[in-house]
Design a protein around this ligand. Structure first.
Ligand code: CU
Length: 693
């Protein structure tokens, strides 16, 4: 994929073509085909800065002389692509779709696709060529599909692919010329023909409405229960001893850096047992980790898990941990919430003696250290284990009632904590507050609306069946109170046994998606047993669940999590059932929006450094309905209180779009975010990373 031949060809381009190029550059998009076309920039009308069609590149190999050119001699619109081989000893040349998550069409294993192209060629040595992205092995040549006959007039060729092989998530294809001659191509099209639905915008069958799961053909090298999405797109998977006392005794602690797009892992030396620690991404993109496991329970059962006082920072630039000053107390299962000023508050968990820790821990970003007990306000209150503390727009913290293990706190089970004033105010309305063990809470999209949804839960001591309750709260209200939400849809238990009307889930995951919906997945009827196979989509605008999303084939109970990847898919990992085993399988969910047609392309972002209250210019290859920032995940134990979706109201100005960032850092705490735009058919782009400060 060498760009140099293209640059050489540009110098030879006739003036007429240059004029056509300039005209085409002003076009926002080409809409030659219906929504079901999965090809990005199918008509080659959108051109990138180097003048080549967006999402396409000049490919090929061998000893030959050739030119690539954008030509005005198009089947439709202003541009087509011409390749001329003037001399050939070996190899070929082809215009190919770019092999990246944004441009390569998403596919479903087992499905078949019709690939169409309008072309004319002067040589019989012209063939359609296809590559596939293997989720374990990366990009590779798949097959040649058909030879294209010589024709002087634009002719359409359509071929049907074989069924997509297992472990394939994307393909690219194009037309190859491998002898002297000239090939011109235009108006590419790709539709899923597996279960054609006449008149429907989506032709991917069940995946159109339910999405689709793939279990990766490899396993994670660590019993990880913590995941942090880094701003380089990699995922930090932290295991520590992985809830394995033998590993702890051996001093064997693990962290794996996962590269989702190549399916590869890098083992990171891990200095302490970060098993069941707390974590949050700092505003500079490093990951702050606090607490963890000082020791496993004593053999006689007199002492439980003991909390670690240590704290570390993981730096994606070096893939290494650096030790900070110690916390004031041990914390096993602490919370971690980033504040609007970039500082962090951490609460709760078990201390070095296995009792509840009451110290409020405050990390100063400016000083790069944890403050002493007397340097920050203390309430001396025990907040429980992994208390879900969500930053409110006025800087206070909302304790949602979601926590891990046993009963909730005394009182109503939810409260507002004003750290600056040192006050805690109970919030009413949370139903079955003592059955919120391993429930999940999310700040609903958009963060500006300040509504929180709390889902499910149980109690690992009394051990009732987990329930289906959800409660919703509007934190903008004068006196905020939870009100009942719709019940989580029921699913099936092992063996396909349907749940009863009263059965729900604990250890449920909720993931904010770029289209503003919340994907709910995983969980079990009990803490470490009875996985529930059920997934649904919650719409904050209507307060309703859409039941019957595709379900993760893997059980996902205790020590599992799910989170959003920058390419718009959802990754699920982990499961630690009562027999002490640990599932290291990774599942990837493609939401329905990935089957509705080509993805919008963010062509340019004027700046990746965004100031609060600013308007940021981007260009996109077509109509855009909305734009949003999503904070990258830092998730464990059904808890990611920093997860948020920040709406970016748009100013539309000709070809460009202005995105208006909130002026309130409590709405969007500083740091790296994933910028998504959503196209006219509800399909989101792949994320671009931007930094807010
Ligand atoms: Cu744990």
């Amino acid at each position: 994929m060498n760009p140099i031949p293209w640059l050489r060809a540009r110098r030879r381009r006739p003036a007429l073509v240059l004029a056509a190029l300039l005209a085409a550059a002003g076009l926002a998009a080409e809409a030659a085909y219906a929504d079901a076309n999965l090809v990005a920039n199918p008509g080659l009308e959108a051109l990138s800065a180097n003048g080549f069609p967006l999402c396409w590149n000049a490919a090929g190999w061998g000893d030959n002389s050739y030119t690539f050119a954008v030509t005005g001699d198009a089947h439709s619109g202003a541009s087509a692509m011409a390749i001329t081989l003037t001399d050939r000893a070996s190899g070929d040349r082809k215009a190919m779709m770019v092999e990246d998550p944004s441009c390569a069409p998403n596919v479903t294993p087992g499905h078949q696709y019709d690939l169409s192209v309008w072309y004319k060629t002067t040589t019989t040595s012209t063939v359609m060529t296809m590559f596939r992205h293997d989720t374990a092995a990366g990009w590779q040549y798949w097959t040649d599909l058909a030879s294209l006959p010589v024709t002087a007039e634009f002719t359409e060729k359509t071929v049907r692919t074989p069924p997509i092989p297992p472990h394939t998530d994307q393909i690219t294809w194009g037309v190859t010329v491998y002898d002297t001659g000239t090939l011109v191509t235009d108006d590419y099209r790709m539709v899923d023909v597996t279960q054609p639905t006449p008149g429907a915008a989506c032709s991917a069958g069940e995946a159109c409405t339910k999405g689709a799961w793939q279990v990766m053909p490899f396993t994670a090298p660590a019993r990880a229960m913590h995941a942090v999405v880094l701003h380089d797109g990699n995922v930090l998977l932290v295991a520590g001893s992985g809830n394995d006392a033998d590993a702890f005794a051996a001093g064997s602690f693990a962290t794996a850096l996962y590269r989702p797009y190549s399916g590869t892992f890098v083992n990171v030396p891990t200095p302490a047992d970060l098993f069941c620690s707390g974590h949050v991404q700092l505003s500079d993109g490093r990951v702050l980790i606090m607490g963890g496991n000082k020791d496993y329970p004593s053999a006689d059962g007199a002492t439980g898990y003991r909390g670690l006082k240590e704290s570390y920072v993981f730096d994606p630039a070096t893939n290494a941990y650096t030790r900070l000053n110690d916390l004031n107390a041990g914390h096993w299962y602490p919370s971690a919430t980033l504040l609007g000023n970039g500082d962090v508050i951490s609460l709760g968990g078990l201390g070095e003696d296995s009792g509840g820790t009451v110290a409020t821990e405050y990390y100063s970003a400016a000083q790069g250290r944890w403050l002493g007990l007397n340097e920050t306000n203390q309430t001396w209150r025990f907040w429980g284990l992994y208390p879900s503390m969500i930053l409110m727009q006025d800087g206070r913290l909302f304790y949602t009632g979601s926590h891990v293990f046993g009963d909730n706190l005394p009182g109503t089970g939810a409260s507002i904590y004003d750290h600056a004033a040192g006050t805690v105010t109970d919030v009413p309305g949370l139903r079955r507050k003592d059955e919120r063990d391993q429930s999940m809470s999310v700040l609903l999209p958009p963060a500006q609306d300040q509504r929180v949804l709390t889902l499910g839960g149980g109690n690992n001591v009394a051990n009732p069946d987990a329930h289906r309750l959800t409660d919703v709260i509007d934190l903008k209200a004068t006196a905020p109170a939870y009100t009942p939400g719709p019940p989580i849809p029921t699913g099936t238990l092992t063996g396909g046994v349907p749940q009863t009307e009263d059965q729900g889930k604990m250890y449920v995951s909720a993931v904010l998606l770029p289209d503003g919906l919340v994907f709910e997945t995983g969980g079990g009827l009990h803490n470490r047993a009875d996985p529930v196979y059920e997934a649904s989509m919650f719409d904050p605008a209507t307060n309703t669940f859409t039941a019957g999303m595709a379900t993760d084939p893997m059980p996902r109970t205790y020590h599992s999590s799910a989170f959003l990847l920058p390419d718009g898919r959802v990754m699920a990992f982990g499961d630690n059932p009562g027999d002490g085993s640990f599932a290291t399988h990774i599942s990837i969910y493609s939401p329905p929006y990935l089957f509705r047609g080509a993805r919008p392309q963010i062509r340019s972002v004027a700046s990746t450094q965004w100031a609060y209250g600013s308007t940021q210019q981007i260009t996109v290859d077509g109509p855009v309905l909305k734009a949003a920032l999503i904070r990258p995940a830092a998730v464990t134990h059904s808890s990611d209180p920093n997860q948020r979706y920040v709406d970016l109201p748009m100013t539309v100005d000709g070809d460009g779009i202005g995105l208006n960032l909130t002026s309130n850092p409590n709405i969007a705490p500083p740091g790296w975010y994933m910028l998504f735009v959503v196209g006219a058919n509800g399909v989101p782009s792949v994320a671009k990373w931007v930094h807010i400060s």
